[in-house]
Design a protein around this ligand. Structure first.
Ligand SMILES: Cc1ncc(COP(=O)(O)O)c(C=O)c1O
Length: 372
């Protein structure tokens, strides 16, 4: 698959600008589901084995896309499950922003409350952005790990993982890659834990989570939530072995093979097109959204520089404008996420001229009715 066929594979209805909430499934994912469902219904061991083979394929593709080893990669039901595996096994100071998605804030708080071994160090950056400078200023000798989103779900800010690594030295870097994986390129090798899921930017549907643990993470994070699937070798009956030495330790039970077949298919498409090309094309779509926002004087919260943003463009209208703007978008058949007065617009590389025209029309209608 090349970029043109990838772009052409976006066959949903015009008006969809909510990829940061849910990614409508790609045609290749949909046809894989049908084929694998038939194989799982056949009762033929060879057919069922074929579906199960997607587990290794998905882990290999994830390793390739994250510049990691296959045995550092585990499959998870979701990003948050992967985060639970990482955070419950920590000890010492864990730095994170209060503004992070609850996959981080709630999980970290529950882990700290349950185990008493984690000391939460909350960051409260003024502009809400977890920059290397904000982290550098807040670091203490007790900081053991820093957790951050690759792309912030609210502002669309893209963290610079390499710069964060430079700032934190030998401490652990734990990354929620949900809003960036498959959409932008990132220095995943700079991170110790990377968690994500395929139901947004990868267009793979739910249940397609994953996590990667570096060698440092394997050394320093205890597999507290390890289940029966987290061991090496055969089914652990009669005796209970230690958790696996690899990232396999951070698993509970076997993955859903149908879900993983979807994930493998989506990953293959991204690998074939190339994440750099996807990143570049997505950056242009985000710029298109910003163009219309500027044209109709709707303030943009998301940083402008391409390397500090990804697929999310957040509009921050004046409080009295938020309702009329949201209404105009809805009236023009545009799907976005409206939360706390912010309008999150999230195109993908296949967002076409038809959708952008509808978006521009919606902003024009809002603008012409606006009371200054
Ligand atoms: C940054 C971020 N992390 C995690 C999640 C949720 O991930 P999951 O449903 O895979 O646990 C979201 C969902 O919007 C998100 O924006």
């Amino acid at each position: 698959m090349d970029l043109d066929s990838f772009v052409a594979s976006f066959d949903g209805e015009p008006g969809y600008l909510d990829w940061a909430a849910f990614g409508p499934l790609s045609p290749s994912v949909r046809s894989e589901v049908h084929a694998d469902a038939e194989l799982l219904g056949s009762g033929r061991p060879t057919g069922m084995d074929l579906v199960a083979e997607h587990v290794l394929e998905a882990r290999e593709l994830l390793a390739e896309l994250m510049y990691a080893e296959v045995d550092q990669v585990t499959l998870q039901p979701s990003t948050t499950y992967g985060m639970m595996q990482a955070l419950y096994g920590l000890a010492g100071g864990l730095m994170l922003s209060r503004g992070e998605f609850p996959s981080l804030t709630v999980t970290a708080t529950r882990a700290a409350d349950a185990l008493g071994s984690i000391d939460l160090q909350w960051l409260d950056p003024e502009d809400g952005l977890v920059t290397p400078e904000a982290v550098r200023e807040a670091l203490t000798d007790e900081t053991h790990a820093v957790a951050v989103s690759l792309v912030d779900f609210r502002t669309g800010y893209r963290a610079d993982l390499s710069a964060l690594r430079d700032v934190i030295g030998d401490r652990m870097l734990i990354v929620d890659a949900m809003q960036g994986f498959g959409a932008v390129s990132a220095d995943y090798a700079a991170a110790d834990v990377v968690c994500g899921n395929g139901y947004k930017w990868l267009r793979a549907g739910r249940g397609t989570g994953f996590a990667r643990f570096s060698d440092r993470a394997l050394e320093r994070i205890a597999p507290v939530l390890s289940g029966w699937a987290g061991v090496d070798g055969a089914l652990p009956v009669d005796v209970v072995p230690s958790p696996a030495a690899s990232a396999q330790a951070f698993t509970v039970s076997r993955p859903d093979h149908l879900a993983i077949a979807r994930l493998a298919t989506a990953l293959r498409d991204v690998r074939d097109v190339g994440i750099d090309r996807i990143d570049e094309a997505l950056s242009e779509r985000a710029r298109d959204v910003m163009f219309f926002a500027d044209r109709y004087d709707v303030p943009v919260l998301t940083p402008r520089e391409p390397e500090r943003r990804a697929g999310i463009v957040t509009l921050a209208p004046a409080p009295h404008d938020a309702g009329p703007l949201a209404a105009s978008l809805a009236n023009h058949g545009i799907t976005v996420t409206v939360r706390s007065g912010l309008v999150r617009v999230a195109p993908h590389v296949g967002t076409g001229a038809d959708t952008l025209r509808l978006f521009g029309d919606a902003l024009a209608a809002f603008s012409s009715a606006r009371v200054w």
